[in-house]
Design a protein around this ligand. Structure first.
Ligand code: ADP
Ligand code: MG
Length: 473
């Protein structure tokens, strides 16, 4: 074969770029390389374990087709996770540079951008927010149902729709999702989503430039007006005045209006009475912090989207302890995922509790004992055994017995390895405590672990995680 592996990979990725969005390519092909082409098999190296599933499901077929085109001897594709792959690897392609943003702009149409007749472009709706990926809980069911109805029958049943609730509880999500859904049902609609701040700025600007008519005309052409965080209009008389007119014009024309606020209309004390009574004439719904089960479901959904596996115990711990807002909940998860991706350490409850401690000051954590009586770094064999059996969710009695159940073999070997290398225990004592094994068996197990560690990255991650969990350094 004449082509070198990097050129071949570049060629394949070029082919894929015809049918794959730039951002997806960059995300999933970053730091990937061709490890070899041998006997008709192209072996692709992936930098992280969770890429594997994604590549097999979404890219394997396409990649193989593209490879065949460039090198007809190729018949099969294989993947291998190699944690050492990174930016500095000479075989990896700098995709962001290889695919500059503008070249592919054609292939990634900006979604949901609305052009007014006068050439004014509205605020773009974020296509990530949908009514489907909003997790329903008793605390937000009504709000979600109202949005569904509005999306189906804009301007007909619930007008205006007024959604209120605390920070980070899903108001913006619902507003944007409803706009997206209306557009999906009827792409010709003019939907405008604005934050109240933007609206205030536009009014101030129009006053200065003395072209208020232009602003009025702009909003008159709208089919659905979505205004986020209306509480910020309090005290701004002139903006309220303008908004009142816009509201009336649209409302009288049967156009849908959707509003969000941090509190119900009657508590918006610095708001003009007329506006309050307008808001109260429609449908008012609230969103509250979802219950534990929903919080857990939201975390699971986000992990699924991000294609990462995080242990149930860790997700439960986050869901249990973060009760203030969904945004905070997701914030903690994002940090956990980032650490996982950067450091390749499987997240543990202990690690998460540290993240929470740093980022969520007032949270009091439950489910994790912080005051460990043993000083850091010194633990007993008993504690080590507890940690390992918990980590692998296998019964402790099995691990310390002489049972030969396969599930216990690796955990037991790890205990032996750590007991020797970290707790400095004698081979005889280790063996005595773990199923009365003799010291040669123990030595054999320990050297097996040491040997495997040289190439088994999963094992390395597991041991690192256990060390962390056990407080060993
Ligand atoms: P608000 O506008 O009320 O301050 P956001 O709509 O910005 O809150 O929500 C904060 C984050 O939480 C967003 O990423 C949003 O997608 C997410 N979120 C909130 N509630 C839910 C829910 N029920 N299901 C899924 N995601 C949610
Ligand atoms: Mg918001």
């Amino acid at each position: 074969m004449t082509m070198n592996l990097k050129d071949l990979w570049t060629g394949i990725i070029n082919e894929l770029s015809n049918e794959t969005e730039r951002i997806k390519l960059i995300t999933w092909f970053k730091n990937t390389v061709i490890l070899s082409v041998e006997n008709g098999i192209i072996t692709v190296g992936l930098p992280l374990p969770f890429f594997l599933n994604w590549h097999s499901v979404h890219f394997a077929k396409m990649t193989l087709e593209a490879a065949k085109k460039l090198d007809p001897t190729i018949r099969q594709i294989a993947y291998e996770v190699d944690l050492t792959l990174g930016d500095s690897d000479p075989r990896a392609i700098d995709l962001a540079k290889h695919f500059p943003e503008k070249n592919l702009a054609r292939k990634v149409p900006k979604k949901n951008e609305v052009k007014f007749v006068g050439g004014v472009v509205s605020k773009i709706l974020n296509p990530q927010y949908t009514l489907e990926n909003f997790v329903i809980a008793p605390e937000n069911r009504l709000a979600h149902a109202a949005c569904l109805n509005v999306a189906k029958y804009p301007g007909q049943n619930y007008n205006p729709l007024f959604i209120y609730g605390g920070v980070g509880l899903g108001k913006t999500h619902l507003l944007q999702a409803t706009g997206n859904e209306i557009l999906r049902n009827d792409p010709g609609r003019v939907i405008v989503y604005i934050t109240t701040e933007t609206f205030v700025n536009e009014v101030v600007d129009s006053i200065q430039k003395r072209n208020m008519d232009r602003l009025r005309n702009k909003y008159r052409k709208v089919d659905t007006l979505i205004v986020d965080d209306i509480q910020f209009i309090a005290n701004k008389d002139r903006t309220q005045e303008e908004f009142f007119h816009t509201f009336n014009t649209l409302y009288d024309g049967g156009k849908q209006i959707i509003i969000s606020s941090d509190r119900p209309p009657h508590e918006l004390t610095l708001l003009n009475e007329r506006l309050v009574s307008r808001f109260e004439s429609g449908m008012i719904v609230d969103v509250k912090m979802p219950d534990y089960e929903t919080r857990l479901a939201i975390l699971q959904e986000r992990c699924r989207e991000a294609q990462v596996f995080i242990s149930p115990a860790v997700l439960e711990f986050i869901a249990f302890n973060i009760t203030r807002s969904v945004r905070a909940l997701q914030g903690v998860l994002k940090q956990v995922i980032a650490r996982y991706e950067w450091e390749h350490i499987a997240p543990t409850v202990k690690m998460v509790s540290e993240i929470i401690k740093h980022s969520q000051k007032e949270v009091k954590m439950v489910g994790f004992v912080e005051d460990d009586p043993t000083p850091r770094g010194v633990i007993t064999l008993e504690q080590l055994i507890d940690c390992v059996s918990e980590y692998y969710t296998i019964p402790k009695t099995e691990v310390v017995s002489d049972s030969r159940v396969r599930e216990c073999t690796v955990p037991r070997q790890i205990i032996m390895y750590l007991a020797k290398t970290k707790l400095n225990m004698s081979l005889a004592r280790i063996g005595e405590n773990l199923g009365k094994r003799n010291h040669t068996t123990v030595m054999h197990a320990i050297s097996r672990v040491a040997e495997k560690l040289k190439e088994d990255h999963q094992l390395m991650r597991d041991i690192n995680a256990i060390k962390r969990e056990a407080g060993m350094h």
